[in-house]
Design a binder for this molecule. Structure first.
Ligand code: MN
Length: 201
């Protein structure tokens, strides 16, 4: 079955002023849509056609580079849209809040480390918070790779991801990636990140 572009769970302008409507619309209807189209073309008639996107990622070393780039792009953006929401932000509570404090010392320390992962990723890529063997871990990946992939330096189940490709922020922030990363904290949907944490640990 062919993969499909998921609908955004909010309007294109819902994350303003953090992420402007034009960026969201281009990002979703052009960039993500192209990953879906190119993924479907790359897997037509291949074993990946019958696999979930998660299983494709977990076995990505066996797939051609077009599947790695576009399958990663599809998985990553599908996650990215859900972990943001209008009037998001604040701090996670419950088990996720406790785990962040226990792992990184404090929420502020976590923000610093995650922000650094995004800011220091050279070129295009992602910053991640993942669950690996029941523990939280921060990492970053190049291009459209992700921690699910068997080729990832740091493997795990991603529960929070930040797209640091220029296409994610350039219209509003131009070269100021650190400003985009700082603003990102105000749109995070911690309920969704917590849900993913409980499912992954
Ligand atoms: Mn993107």
């Amino acid at each position: 079955m062919a993969f499909e572009l998921p609908k955004l769970p909010y309007a294109y302008n819902a994350l303003e002023p953090t992420i402007d409507a034009r960026t969201m619309e281009i990002h979703h209807t052009k960039h993500h849509n192209a990953y879906v189209t190119n993924l479907n073309n790359a897997i037509a008639g291949k074993p990946e056609e019958k696999m979930s996107i998660e299983d494709i990622c977990k076995n990505i070393s066996k797939s051609p580079v077009a599947v790695r780039n576009n399958g990663g792009g599809h998985f990553n953006h599908s996650l990215f849209w859900t972990i943001m929401k209008p009037k998001g932000g604040g701090e996670p509570s419950g088990e996720l809040g406790d785990a962040i404090q226990g792992t990184f010392g404090s929420f502020a320390d976590f923000k610093t480390q995650f922000g650094n992962a995004g800011a220091t990723r050279f070129g295009s890529g992602w910053a991640w918070l993942s669950v690996s063997a029941g523990k939280l871990v921060i990492s970053s990946t190049p291009n459209q790779d992700n921690p699910l992939m068997d080729v990832a330096e740091v493997k795990g189940t991603p529960i929070l991801g930040l797209d640091v490709w220029e296409h994610a922020y350039y219209l509003h922030y131009q070269n100021r990636r650190p400003d985009y990363i700082t603003a990102f904290w105000s749109v995070i949907n911690w309920d969704e990140v917590s849900r993913r944490f409980m499912a992954a640990k």
